[in-house]
Structures are given as C-alpha cells and as structure tokens.
Ligand binder design. Structure first.
Ligand SMILES: [Zn+2]
Length: 205
C-alpha cells in the first residue's frame, strides 16, 4: 500500500505519463486552437498521486494575448467549482514548452512546487520561430538563455528530455521514439500556425 502514496514525480514512469497527457489531452485541444489561429503552446494539471488529469488547455491568444497555454489553463482551472479543484501543491504542472517569464510567475503565484516541459526556450526560438521568451528574459530581466533559477525556493522544474535520458535503458528507445513523434506533430502544427499568422492582430506573434 505504501507504494500508492509515492508521488508520481519520483516514479520512473513519469515521462510516460506526461507524454500520454500531451498526446491524449493537450494535442487535440491544440490542433483545434491552431486551426483558429492560436499558437501551439499547451499545458495540463495532473494529480501528483493518482496521475488523474484535472484540466488541460491550450493557447488562446486570439481572444487575449495573455492567454498563453499555461495561463489559459490556470484560468480554466480557477473556473472549476471549488470542490473539483485540488490544492495546487498536490498537482503536477505540465507545460508543452518551457514557460515564458509571465507563465513562470503565474506558476509561482498559484502555488505550484514544480513544472515539467517538453520543448525548451531555445526550441521555441529555433524550431518554432518564437523568440519572445528569450528576448523578454534578456531585455527585461537581463538574463541570458538558461540563466533563470530552474530550481528555487518556490519550485523545481525539469525537462521531459532529461527524464527520458534518465529512464531505464530498456525503456529509453521507446520513449525517445514517442518523443520524436510528438515533436513531429508539433512541427506540423507550428508550420500551420506560421502560415496563417500574417495579418493577425497579436502584438508579439
Ligand atoms: Zn507564457
């Protein structure tokens, strides 16, 4: 019985769970979001102990440029009835992309002690043609890439690629294969977003 109480954050199948949530819960929302002209970034909140999905969300910048995947997911979370809303300390915060400075602050202000991300800030700049995360960190906070505190008094953050690299050797190739398939789907969605964004009214597109 003791094992059931072990936080998923300490378990070796965490990378598997996080990629399942991306494939099953976030990507369908993001496909629809990109069709409607929104960026590809998404997020999900997951119960630390059971792995149950509490809520997933995706970028909704066409409604409000502050509705990044993470902040929009938090907005939806706080619209849940209070009895359906676990303590944020009991949740895993999953972000498809390493959060920008606004979303780092939002995760902090809402009391999460962790977040996990699939793509890095550098991926957002280089593979997704979205340089704003790194530009804002540099221009506003004078921080270069990787210079914010990835572990601090509020939270610990981890790249899913790091979880995969640390997975048992016999599972690693399968996880890497899944990660490649997820990245390929995001490539496709990013191309769709980039091809449709000319002429939209988003300040930083
Ligand atoms: Zn953000």
């Amino acid at each position: 019985m003791e094992e059931e109480r072990v936080s998923l954050m300490e378990r070796p199948d965490l990378a598997d769970l996080l990629m399942t949530v991306m494939e099953r819960d976030i990507l369908p929302l993001t496909r629809a979001g990109v069709e409607a002209g929104n960026k590809v970034f998404g997020a999900a909140l997951i119960d630390k102990t059971t792995g149950r999905l509490v809520i997933a969300g995706t970028n909704n910048e066409t409604a409000n440029p502050l509705w990044h995947g993470e902040v929009h997911t938090l907005k939806l979370f706080y619209e849940l009835p209070e009895e359906d809303r676990p303590d944020t300390r009991d949740l895993i915060f999953l972000s498809t992309h390493e959060p920008c400075s606004m979303c780092l602050s939002a995760i902090t202000w809402t009391g999460f002690d962790n977040f996990f991300y699939f793509f890095s800030h550098e991926d957002s700049r280089d593979a997704f043609a979205i340089p704003h995360d790194l530009r804002i960190l540099k221009e506003v906070f004078t921080l270069g890439p990787g210079e914010y505190a990835r572990e601090n008094a509020f939270w610990q953050s981890r790249a899913i690629s790091r979880l995969i690299a640390q997975a048992p050797e016999d599972e690693r190739a399968t996880l890497q294969e899944r990660a490649r398939a997820i990245a390929a789907e995001y490539d496709r969605l990013s191309a769709l977003y980039q091809s449709g964004k000319t002429g939209n009214a988003i300040p930083l597109n």
